[in-house]
Design a protein around this ligand. Structure first.
Ligand code: RFL
Ligand code: PHB
Length: 389
């Protein structure tokens, strides 16, 4: 089989890259290890920056998002029960869109099916070859038969545990990592959200987040120790803990019900450098991980492939390698700023096992500064709604 760009992974990064390249007349094949249903069953991020909304529009998949997504003008922070609303629209004239990663994935898959572009699900033993030369290939096993794709470029969009980054020689790659001593226990519930906007709560017992997917479906999280077992958290225990960590008004208004999904995500910061190795690119979670506190993981993934699609468009359209040569440097500048913001949000909102009384006062002072300073609040708004490239 021959294609121009072989894409590894049918998460949001791989699917959006496929969609953007198809729009430019560039042929792609996506190889995905899992089944389509499995990919659609994963519950992950929920907040889109304005730039991400623009990229989905550019790929021609924005219609349902604009019809069903919820435009949010701001978020609320709740610090030991004191609540404050940050109005992004007033502060900097920008907003975010609440529309689940699952729905983004579904819309991209649907568009790809209509376009006839090829996606191979349940592709086993994917391996990457020859990307240090001009004729890279990708091999995989489908239904027990080994296959090979010859291509011009390989896009590694296969997430943190994927094969793409692992295929790069160790001495060509530098990695930076921080693992946090806690995770997020999340539940999904078919009940209306407790508030019109997201509530990020800091409490001595730990962080909590009230989020949503639609006017009838809510998503809630509480910080739990690393290595906690989901089985230790029956629904009643979850709701009791959440109520303790938010302000009394929110606690009283919570509409609880049986969870339809419950899982624990570990928190990690991670960046690989560089993001290009000859004819292989890394994008999305394959290249970097942020703790979810800043709502940046999905947005970074979409932004990476927006840049990569421009670079490859330039290569095929104008026969210029300038964009391809600058991809890594260009993307990493913005990635590091999102890493900083996600780390900072995580630092002020969570309870760390080793935080002493001084550290707790510092967290409180950060909150009081943001509440009291329009300049501080504008910085939060600028980062949360997404920095320009
Ligand atoms: P994805 O979505 O992980 O997609 C990668 C795809 O590659 C496939 N794959 C392979 N395919 C072929 N061969 C192989 N060897 C392969 N290895 C892997 C995988 O099956 C998968 O389909 O990465 P992508 O596209 O870069 O998208 C990134 C986002 O998914 C991610 O940043 C966010 O979802 C992060 N994240 C969250 N972000 C938020 O902003 N808010 C959240 O609440 C939130 N929750 C989460 C998350 C990430 C999680 N992971 C990765 C464990 C919850 C979880 C559980
Ligand atoms: C979510 O709705 O899943 C969500 C929202 C905001 C975050 C993280 C997760 O910062």
């Amino acid at each position: 089989m021959r294609t121009q760009v072989a894409i590894i992974g049918a998460g949001p990064a791989g699917l959006l890259l496929g969609g953007l390249l198809e729009k430019e007349g560039i042929d792609t094949v996506i190889l995905e290890r899992r089944s389509q249903d499995y990919v659609l069953g994963r519950i992950r991020a929920g907040v889109l920056e304005q730039g991400s909304v623009g990229l989905l529009d550019k790929a021609g998949v924005g219609a349902r998002m604009h019809a069903e997504g919820l435009v949010h003008d701001g978020v609320e922070f709740c610090f030991d029960g004191d609540k404050h609303r940050f109005d992004f629209r007033k502060l900097i004239g920008r907003t975010v869109m609440v529309y689940g990663q699952t729905e983004v994935t579904r819309d991209l898959m649907h568009a790809r099916e209509l376009s006839g572009a090829k996606t191979i699900y349940e592709a086993d033993n994917v391996s990457l070859h020859g990307f240090d030369g001009d004729h890279p290939t990708v091999r995989y096993v489908k239904d027990g038969i080994e296959q090979e794709i010859v291509c011009d470029y390989i896009a590694g969009c296969d997430g943190y545990h994927g094969v793409s980054r692992a295929s790069v020689p160790a001495d060509a790659l530098q990695t930076f990592e921080r693992i946090y001593p806690f995770g997020w226990l999340g539940i999904l519930v078919d009940r209306p959200p407790v508030s019109d906007e997201l509530i990020y709560a800091h409490h001595a017992r730990g962080f909590a987040l009230c989020s949503m997917r639609s006017p009838t479906r809510s998503r809630y999280y509480v910080q739990v120790p690393a290595n906690e077992a989901v089985e230790a958290w029956p629904d009643d225990r979850f709701w009791d803990e959440l109520r303790r960590r938010v302000d009394p008004e929110t606690a009283g208004n919570l509409s609880t019900g049986p969870s339809i999904e419950k899982s624990i995500a570990p928190l990690r910061s991670f960046v690989a450098e560089p993001l290009r190795f000859g004819r292989l690119f890394l994008a999305g979670d394959a290249a970097h991980i942020v703790p979810p506190t800043g709502a940046k993981g999905l947005n970074l993934a979409l932004n990476d492939v927006g840049c990569l699609a421009d670079a490859l468009g330039e290569f095929y359209g104008e026969k210029s390698e300038a964009g391809v040569n600058h991809y890594s440097e260009r993307v990493l500048k913005r990635v590091w700023k999102a890493e900083r913001f996600s780390w900072w949000m995580t630092s002020i909102l969570h309870t760390f096992p080793d935080t002493d009384p001084f550290g707790r006062r510092m967290q409180r002072a950060e909150f009081d500064y943001l509440v009291g300073s329009e300049i501080g609040a504008r910085s939060l708004a600028e980062n949360y709604t997404g920095l320009p490239l």
